[in-house]
Design a protein around this ligand. Sequence first.
Ligand code: MRU
Length: 350
Amino acid sequence: MADHFARPESGPIPALRWEEPPEGPVLVVLDQTRLPQEEVELVCTDVQALVGAIRTLAVRGAPLLGLAGAYGIALAAARGYDVNEAAEALAHARPTAVNLEYGVRRAVTAFREAGSGQGVAAALAEARALHAQDAAASAAMAEQGERLLAELVPGGGYRILTHCNTGALVSGGEGTAFAVVMAAHKAGELRRLWVDETRPLLQGARLTTYEAARAGMAYTLLADNAAGSLFTAGEVDAVLVGADRIAADGSTANKVGTYPLAVLAKYHHVPFVVVAPTTTVDLATPDGSAIEIEQRAGSEVTDLAPSPLGTQAYNPAFDITPPELITAIVTENGIVSPVTSPSLAAVCPA
Ligand code: MRU
């Protein structure tokens, strides 16, 4: 089961943390559905609660889903649940971000390969290793991305447009695309961060603004459909987004609304950059058509307005941007540009 409790201390709240109170180990996650109004944590004492938190997007964003999957296996093992059943439930809680399945697989493998009585410790150690690896990847992407921005936008003073939420809320570190934005901000080179609302669940309006405000950035929120006029006005130097799954040919699944930005960027000759760790690359998925796109409840769309009873809604959570629209993919192991199957494979661990 999951309980809510408000965390009293000040300072940044980690998106997820493992704790071992006397009653037994728990995974504590920041409930992102309640942000920015309330900073409330959810205490997951079992896998079912964690699966629920993933489905409702209390825990979300590709790298964080990977961590949740790995810690979820450690939680199942520590609480004496069937690890195979837990793996099945966690890996399929959401279908598009490959990190979830990846995190689950790593912890399950560690659990199975551990000596007798060592399974719990091994799964937890693997989750912690993935956590540390993700933080390091985030820092490396920030460095690589900042270097790339300097090349793509000579003169600095970047005006960056982003979509969805890609900061510390989705990562063991400072995130993916947002980590690059942070690096530019810290270097005094960020003129403005343009934040798409990201309908229908408003990850941009609720979460990216929350992170940008905390960082003291100059940022402006816009309705998703205002992006075209922003490009026309010449106000965008680069688009930076994250990814949920990158297929072997470089096709990139990311939050729905990313693809239209890539089309706009191409038309306006503005660089369109994807920032993602190699754990988001899935070389076993050949191209974009093979990526399963999560379809979410129509009520997420109809309830925004609200619409007349019985109104049907089309609500894919993600869309696919083809490689020819992507200027570069920034990974922790280097920059992929132009985006081709061999150049992408070259940065991925064997
Ligand atoms: O449905 P969400 O909120 O989990 O979608 C998240 C995104 O699409 C992010 O842009 C993506 O995970 C990359 S950020 C690390």
